[in-house]
Design a protein around this ligand. Structure first.
Ligand code: ATP
Ligand code: MG
Length: 173
């Protein structure tokens, strides 16, 4: 049986966004069309943005958040950016232009109540039937876990950050 899946990579360990990107790489080998939407923008220029320019016929990446929310100056501006990103994501989901859509850090948007959780879950459940949707982010809500077909929780056993090693090029960004 073939079925478009909802895959959720959550937990406090490293590897959620990179797992989504790894899956995208695998799928591009089968000429899948992929759209990635980043709900929270990091403060560094991530390597994947540059690398994916080589795959622009297959994959697009839209950085739509305003930056780390915990460093933010203005919650309302963040909320507005999140809502714009979500409206865009809904259009992409309905467009039937892609085989995979990645909603990176969507869990935070739900946790911060920037968008109604029920609305998100309803839109995911109404997605085109062959479309795979990948969601990443810590603290996935119960409703999101229920809606997903696959849930992997990354567990932080060790992270160099705890030993005082800062984010490094090619590993963290
Ligand atoms: P990656 O993008 O490397 O796959 P991630 O998507 O799992 O990481 P996020 O929660 O999006 O992780 O966090 C973003 C940044 O925080 C990444 O640079 C990541 O390396 C770092 N990070 C992830 N887990 C931890 C941790 N347990 N302690 C400190 N930093 C972490
Ligand atoms: Mg991430």
């Amino acid at each position: 049986m073939k079925k478009g899946l909802i895959l959720l990579f959550t937990g406090n360990g490293k590897g959620k966004t990179t797992a989504a990107l790894g899956l995208a790489l695998r799928a591009m080998g089968h000429h899948f069309k992929i759209c990635m939407i980043q709900f929270i923008k990091g403060s560094w220029q991530c390597g994947e943005l540059e690398a994916l320019k080589r795959f622009e016929d297959l994959m697009e990446i839209h950085v739509m958040g305003r930056g780390f929310t915990w460093k933010s100056d203005d919650f309302n501006k963040d909320k507005q950016a999140a809502q714009t990103a979500w409206q865009f994501a809904k259009q992409m989901i309905a467009s039937e232009k892609y085989q995979i859509i990645i909603l990176d850090e969507l869990t935070h948007i739900i946790k911060l109540k920037m968008i109604d959780e029920k609305e998100i879950v309803a839109a995911l459940c109404a997605k085109p039937k062959d479309l795979h949707v990948i969601i990443t982010g810590r603290d996935a809500s119960e409703l999101l876990v229920d809606a997903a077909d696959l849930v992997t929780e990354m567990q932080a056993v060790k992270h160099p950050f705890k030993a005082g090693i800062k984010a490094q090029k090619g590993i963290e960004f």
